[in-house]
Design a protein around this ligand. Structure first.
Ligand code: GAR
Length: 196
């Protein structure tokens, strides 16, 4: 399977996915990494790994539709089968959703359906829950609301801050995302009859 990865910043999940393809923990290759921020740290990391990258500045486009049309063109031009959002901090619009229907997945740092949207780690701490975590899910037009593929749990400990909790969740994310992608690959292959 050929993956596209969409990022906005640091790209540590992207790195974990690329690493898993290289060790063959993941039966996939990363065809292209696109960022909505040409200066994203993740773009430099992807280049170092020898992955083709594109940095698009949304402000260079007349509309979100035109920006997404370019993203679609790049993804299709690189034969992408599955689009993985990895710290992509923009709401996916109709153009991408239509062109890659049921083929976009995202990682979110909470145990969905709890704490959708921004700052989920802070919301978890403020709510008093004892367990936080991360979720990989399909992207639909409901923000952080698509079908869940897999999750992992992180216990909240005394004196946790947003930073300490986010760091422990991120560590789990790096294991979860490649595992969840492999699950998608296997279920896609089963549907196509490639696996008995
Ligand atoms: C990760 O914690 C990811 O779950 C989160 O942003 C961080 C990106 O880190 N994504 C979201 O909050 C999306 N709603 P990374 O750039 O190092 O992978």
């Amino acid at each position: 399977m050929s993956l596209g990865i969409l990022i906005s910043g640091r790209g540590s999940n992207m790195d974990a996915i690329i690493a898993a393809t290289k060790t063959h923990a993941l039966d996939a290759t990363v065809a292209v990494v696109i960022s909505d921020n040409p200066n994203a740290e993740g773009i430099k990391k992807a280049k170092k790994q020898g992955v083709v990258t594109f940095g698009l500045n949304v402000n260079d486009f007349a509309s979100k539709k035109e920006y997404e049309e370019d993203v679609v063109k790049i993804l299709k031009g690189h034969g992408v089968d599955l689009l993985c959002l990895a710290g992509y901090m923009r709401i996916v619009g109709d153009t991408l959703l239509t062109e890659f229907e049921n083929k976009i997945i995202n990682i979110h740092p909470s145990l969905l359906p709890a704490f959708r949207g921004l700052n989920p780690q802070k919301k978890a701490l403020e709510s008093g829950v004892k367990y936080a975590g991360c979720t990989v899910h399909y992207v639909t037009n409901i923000l952080d609301g698509g079908p869940i593929i897999d999750q992992d749990i992180v216990a909240i400990i005394e004196n946790d801050t947003e930073k300490t909790l986010s760091d422990r969740i991120l560590e789990k994310e790096h294991g979860l995302y490649p595992r969840a992608i492999q699950k998608v690959i296997q279920s896609t292959a089963t549907k196509k009859g490639e696996i008995a």
